[in-house]
Design a protein around this ligand. Sequence first.
Ligand code: PAF
Length: 284
Amino acid sequence: MTSLLRLSIPSDAHRWSDERRLDGQSIGLVPTMGALHSGHTALIERSKALCDHTVVSIFVNPTQFDRSDDFDLYPRTLEDDVALCDSLGVNAVYAPTVDAMYPEGFDTSIDPGSLAHRWEGEHRSGHFAGVATVVTKLLTAVQPHIAVFGEKDFQQLAVIQHVVRDLGLPVTVVGEPTVREEDGLAMSSRNVHLTPDSRAEAISIKQAIDRVLDRSTSTDSPSDIIEQVTTDIQQAGGTIDYVAVVDRSTLEPVADLRLDTQLLVAAWFGGVRLIDNAALVATE
Ligand code: PAF
């Protein structure tokens, strides 16, 4: 028999959390949009290692999609997701409806500021306001002590950390390293939409990143790296949205490689948009 609790209304999530907090127990939240894969499993295991109780939220958030076809086609596998959460020992799944999250008259949005302007923000209008608003609502309902997010969405993690700091939200944001398929493709719920051909081409993102990470000289500048990664992915059949080498805290482009530099990549493969990233350090 399952011990997994299903919550669908913010006030129920709030009450469940209040009871545990009053007992002095800690709560970890893993916010997701469902279609769970091994990347999510790693987030869940991290939360379980850090907290007494783990809640997985499953909500395909309409306000963070800039294209209605992307929202409509986003994979929805709620019952499988719940079964996976149950098998992993998750304590509760919080899966609110759109109406419960955005009741009639809902008209508030969190503007996450300049960190959200570039890269994903530039290519997906309104995306981070949608993410910041929904994550703040999920944190308010579940009141976790920690919330775990994947580092694959590097800018999202930075934006959420920034929002939590600026609003003084009483939660610790934890980043979990990207989980990859055997051939290096970063796990993503969108991978299911890749055709066999575009799936084969998509490996070029990680291969291009690895070529940069394997470099043995310090002669590469950010512009050399951007050019090389762009060429590698384009030659494999991908269409680039952006390749950038940025300061890890400001997400602004850098002219020289330093310790705190991150490579960000977004590219399309046969109609599927994928993102990835890697930490770069200057070599000797
Ligand atoms: O990364 C995601 O799955 C979503 O952007 C999140 C954080 C659950 C907000 O909807």
